[in-house]
Design a protein around this ligand. Structure first.
Ligand code: FAD
Ligand code: SIN
Length: 539
């Protein structure tokens, strides 16, 4: 395998979703930016976001109400000062996004013909209509607007098929002085070459880890690479037990990971059992629009009670033209699978959707390692607590990316040495072993789904812990002996992330938000302010 020195950038960004792109646009005012992304530039969770971005833009809404809804959804674990800042800075970041070219859906103001306002959607846990959206394809529009804006900047370079393997810290390299992150080892998946990229700061914007679970709404890129890299580098990782399961993923043998946006329930869609009975009134006063943890658990319970392999989401009582205009993506995708959502209910199941925990950061994206920043889904700022409020993720990414760029721009950062050690790797290739890689991928994802899912027990967690530990030992073997490939690197990362989820779940002796265990079904007030923080010795 070839190893070489890669390019130098003042800011090295890993990831080209909303967090990485927005950061790059802001930071490009202060220096050169390299965005390294492991597949095509648009391939990200951002690109698939449907519902929209929560922000207070209506005079009928208030910061106080958005803060309260976020805290309620977060089940007592949100950091209130962080929630307030993110909510209060939201409208300015939305204005930035619109200036960069984003177009949100609008509507005519009722009673004022010809006058237009932003069309605000509603989702679970929100007391008000406050979700800015582009029909049901918000993420695609955001991604395209940001990529177009990046293309207009001369000092931002995007390198596709560049996979961040590990962070380079001065401690890891045995250099003198305080520890600092000064770059990363990166695999070019097209050439197989691993290069050493140096920078004044590295920004992890690698998104979440839905692929750790067998069933997920996330695309294939979501393998928790950033969390795994930061954890290996010795940065603290928190609250990984709080994996959000979205209640409504399309249930169809041929559909992979297709989300049915919560906005369908926001516009009146009702959850029903396969017999047609609405059941959410038995679980929460907000019924089908209760916070996600409650809805996903209720569905899980209904499926277990009836033995059915899905429930139904029914919006057929709304006029067909409204459904087709408001949800063109959901309508046409379901129709492609033979389901006309204007005439029949949609079969749905919960699926892993969002990582509420992550690399511990300040509001400005700073991790505990100087020079290492994390923004977006990879980070744990304290906004989401034990359960994220719908559509707060894109909001958090915008606010924190902006703040991280401002913080970095205000600092005089040391330049790393121009020559850093080259990558050393194993030399072996073996097709048989590659079969084992894919088998291990499946085994981890099934194990996490079966034992570390919506409802947990200590016994199941212990079982999962043992299996993942065995697999990790095997994976380490390939890692040292074989030439690295993107598949092997992702396998190592999902195993590491699985370990952090299981370990975090095992140390929280209560049920709170998204972490529900039959062994401790109650919420324990003494855990209300305690994050689950894991730290590993750097390797
Ligand atoms: P991502 O958008 O996931 O981007 C991560 C980037 O990092 C990708 O470019 C990826 O290729 C790259 N990457 C990963 N690992 C590496 C590596 N090792 N090396 C190099 N590059 C790497 N949230 C909302 O607020 N509102 C919504 O309506 C909404 N709808 C959603 C619908 C779906 C189907 C999904 C899956 C999520 C939704 N979410 C929504 C969540 C939200 O989309 C994500 O949390 C958010 O987009 C994350 O943005 P990000 O920039 O942090 O990461
Ligand atoms: C959705 O559209 O239901 C997803 C919204 C989110 O995850 O915030």
């Amino acid at each position: 395998m070839n190893a070489s020195n890669g390019q130098y950038f003042d800011y090295l960004v890993l990831g080209s979703g909303i967090a990485g792109l927005f950061f790059a646009l802001k930071a490009s005012q202060h220096g050169s930016v390299g965005i390294l992304t492991k597949k095509h530039r648009a391939e990200s969770n951002t690109n698939y976001a449907q519902g929209g971005i929560a922000a207070v833009t209506s005079k009928h809404d208030s910061f106080e109400m958005h803060v309260r809804d976020t805290l309620n959804a977060g089940a007592g674990l949100c950091r209130e000062s962080v929630v307030r800042k993110i909510v209060e800075e939201g409208p300015d970041r939305i204005a930035d996004l619109i200036e960069l070219g984003m177009r949100f859906s609008e509507r005519e103001i009722p009673g004022f013909p010809g006058e237009i306002e932003l069309d605000l959607g509603k989702e679970g846990g929100h007391s008000h209509r406050r979700i800015l959206h582009a029909k049901d394809m918000t993420g695609r529009e955001v991604e395209q607007a940001l990529l177009a804006a990046v293309a207009r900047q001369s000092n931002i370079e995007i390198l596709e098929n560049h996979f961040g393997i590990d962070l380079l810290t001065t401690r890891k390299l045995g250099m003198d002085g305080d520890n600092r992150c000064i770059g990363a080892y990166v695999l070019n998946s097209d050439t197989g070459e691993v290069s050493t990229y140096a920078s004044k700061a590295v920004i992890l914007a690698t998104g979440g880890c839905g692929k750790v679970y067998l069933y997920t709404t996330n695309p294939d890129i979501a393998t928790g690479d950033g969390v795994a890299m930061a954890y290996r580098a010795g940065a603290p990782v928190a609250n990984m037990e709080f994996i959000q399961f979205h209640p409504t993923c399309l249930y169809h043998p041929k559909a992979k990971s297709f989300l049915i946006t919560e906005a369908v329930r926001g516009e009146g869609g009702t959850l029903r059992t396969v017999d047609g009975n609405a059941f959410m009134e038995r679980y929460h006063p907000m019924k089908s629009l209760a916070p996600r943890d409650v809805v996903a658990r209720a569905i899980d319970n209904e499926m277990k009670r009836s033995g059915a392999d899905h429930v139904l989401l029914d919006i057929t009582d709304k006029p067909a033209p409204f459904i087709i205009d408001r949800f063109p993506n959901v309508y046409s995708t379901c129709l492609g699978y033979g389901i006309d959502i204007t005439k029949e209910p949609i079969p749905v199941v919960p699926a892993a959707h969002y990582q509420c925990g992550g690399v511990v950061t300040t509001l400005d994206g700073e991790t505990e390692i100087p020079g290492l920043y994390a923004v977006g889904e990879v980070a744990c700022t304290g906004l989401h607590g034990a359960n994220r409020l719908a559509s707060n993720s894109l909001l958090e990414a915008l606010v924190c990316a902006h703040r991280a760029a401002a913080r970095l721009g205000a600092q005089d950062l040391p330049k790393p040495p121009s020559r850093l050690p080259l990558w050393q790797s194993g030399r072996a290739t073996n097709a048989d072993e590659m079969v084992v890689v894919s088998h291990n991928w499946d085994e981890i994802r099934r194990c996490m789904w079966d034992y570390v899912g919506i409802v947990r027990t200590q016994k199941r967690l212990q079982r999962a812990e043992t299996r993942i530990a065995n697999l990790q030992e095997e994976i380490q073997g390939y890692y040292w002996d074989f030439i690295v490939t993107a598949d092997l690197l992702e396998l190592r990362n999902i195993a590491t992330v699985a370990e952090t989820i299981i370990r975090s779940a095992m140390v929280r002796p209560e049920s709170r938000g998204l972490h529900y265990t039959l062994d401790f079904p109650q919420t324990d007030p003494s855990w209300a302010t305690q994050d689950t923080v894991l730290r590993r010795k750097p390797v």
